[in-house]
Design a protein around this ligand. Structure first.
Ligand code: BG6
Length: 517
């Protein structure tokens, strides 16, 4: 073992880190006693501290309904870092955050509790002798999003500082609404209190390195873009597969389902980044304009009880990684008459100049064979004149696979001659692996997203019109499924790649799902 630094072992890292200064900040996490705070948010804040990316003055206030003493809150967060941080707890660094970390208990609809929170922040400012940025992170169940936002307005905390003009910001976790109507309502409440540039709607998939790399792969290389269209692409397949089941989240999940939980947000973002036109610049609005445009170009889906462009299913018992697991209906908190899908697949048509006639197949499910998220661009075959065996044209289509997780990288599948005296071809793979080139300890999505919100870069957050465009597409599907009840809800065995019916979506167009991995 040598004492090489990460940068020496992976020289490509050099020069990639740039110092990004954030103004003095008081961050308030609503829902501070919740799971996300311990698993993701506080470990992310600690890791930003390790990278010296927190503002010189940084105060953290946990807000929750449960009364917790400041010291106990600090101890709970110590444990959270121990358990969930990608890097081990560094006491010196953590102490700098910890000493400025307190807990404030109060109800979400209790204006007095918000007023006393405002006083607490004012006190921090007067002790510092300067204005600070207020960053509110709403990580609560969605039922209290609106009261929190309204109380931030009523207590005066949403406003910018009068003299320094330092603005307040609000980060909102998913789910952003349940359908188009509720998303619109939430947007209008938010926009009655905050200006759109103050609002940061989270989709943690945008914080993933590989998802950000999609724009780089597409627009920093000249070899792919000329082929990224209907002339060369035969179909696109986007898979977001999880091997886990609903675990202890059955109560929430049964009111959501795969379409709301994964397709409307994460998967649709992957579609948008894959299909969008080149933005005129990398500024947030240019990128988000293009994403909205392409989501709006997706045609309404054909909905039929026994066919059409959508398939939904739920897992039965089966084997995942060799271990027996129970079916969805047997999971904790699932009502006997549940008709919630744990798998959804859609066939999308994007009706614009670039993509007309190229099907985009997307699927997402729980308890599938493996955890695998990928975007596969399948190109058209070359003319079937050469390399045929008898009447059979034996050349596989070229495929570019962008693997989002867990094995991050890009693979190009191409044809090669099998060594020997005959001329026979075989698909071979050209791999780029992130971990080999850049090392494996890349920042977690939440580190990037919290830092971006702190410095005011909204590129990786969802704009209000974007979320509405996506809900507009999926809401008719939700309504259709509600009307159908159990009718048309397929089964798939845990540990499989989904229901047989999802193959139909592709067979109808002479395609086939790629076996991921
Ligand atoms: C969340 C969903 O948004 O994303 C979960 O609510 C899902 O159901 C999770 O498991 C998947 O995220 P990741 O980063 O593990 O792919």
């Amino acid at each position: 073992m040598t004492n090489e630094t990460e940068e020496q072992r992976h020289p490509f890292l050099k020069g990639l880190s740039k110092h990004r200064g954030a103004p003095p900040t008081v961050m308030v996490i609503f829902g501070a006693s919740g799971d996300l705070t311990a698993r993701k948010l506080v470990p992310a804040i600690f890791n930003l501290g390790v990278d010296n990316l927190l503002p010189g003055e940084f105060h953290l206030i946990g807000y929750g309904r449960k009364p917790i003493e400041d010291d106990s809150f600090r101890e709970i967060m110590d444990e959270a870092i121990d358990e969930h941080s990608r890097r081990p707890l560094n006491k010196d660094i953590w102490e700098r955050v910890r000493q400025n970390m307190v807990y404030h208990d109060g109800g979400y609809d209790d204006l007095d509790a918000f007023k006393s929170l405002a006083e607490r922040i004012n006190k921090i400012e007067s002790d510092l002798g300067r204005d600070v940025q207020r960053l509110f992170y709403i990580s609560t169940p969605p039922g209290v999003f609106q009261p929190i936002i309204k109380n931030l307005g009523r207590s005066g905390m949403a406003k910018a500082h009068v003299h320094t003009k330092i603005a307040s910001k609000v980060i909102i976790e998913k789910p952003f609404g349940r359908d188009l109507e509720s998303a619109r309502e939430l947007n209008s409440v938010i926009n009655s209190v905050f200006e759109e540039p103050q609002v940061y709607r989270i989709d943690h998939y945008l914080g993933k390195e590989t998802v950000q790399d999609l724009l780089v792969q597409r627009f920093a290389n000249s070899i792919f873009e000329p082929m990224w269209n209907r002339e060369y692409v035969d179909n696109v397949q986007i898979t977001v597969a999880e091997s886990l089941g609903v675990g202890t989240r059955g109560g929430y999940y049964d009111t959501s389902g795969a379409l709301r939980d994964m397709i409307q947000n994460h998967t649709m973002q992957l579609v948008a980044l894959t299909a969008m036109e080149p933005p005129v610049s990398l500024d947030p609005e240019s990128i988000r304009d293009e994403k909205v445009k392409v989501i709006k170009a997706i045609q309404p889906l054909e909905l039929k009880a026994d066919g059409g462009d959508v398939v939904r299913a739920r897992y039965t018992d089966g084997l995942v990684s060799g271990k027996p697991v129970k079916g969805y209906k047997e999971e904790e908190g699932i009502p006997a008459d549940s008709s919630t899908e744990t798998y959804a697949a859609l066939r999308l048509s994007i009706n614009n100049w670039r993509w007309q006639g190229v099907p985009f197949y997307i699927r997402s499910g729980k308890r599938m064979a493996r955890r695998a998220s990928e975007i596969a661009i399948q190109f058209k075959r070359p003319p079937g004149i050469l390399f045929s065996e008898g009447k059979k044209f034996n050349v596989a289509p070229n495929t570019m696979v962008i693997s989002i997780q867990p094995d991050e990288g890009v693979t190009l599948v191409m044809n090669s001659k099998i060594p020997g005296l005959e001329t026979r071809t075989q698909p071979v793979k050209m791999h780029f692996r992130y971990s080999t080139t850049f090392g494996s300890n890349t920042p977690e999505a939440y580190e990037r997203l919290i830092l971006d919100a702190m410095i005011g870069d909204s590129t990786l957050f969802i704009r209000g019109d974007e979320t509405e465009a996506s809900w507009k597409l999926v809401t008719p599907i939700l309504k259709h499924w509600e009307e159908c009840g159990q009718n048309g809800l397929e089964d798939y065995a845990s540990g499989s790649w989904g229901p047989l019916a999802s193959e139909r979506l592709l067979w109808e167009k002479n395609h086939q799902w790629r076996r991921s991995g």
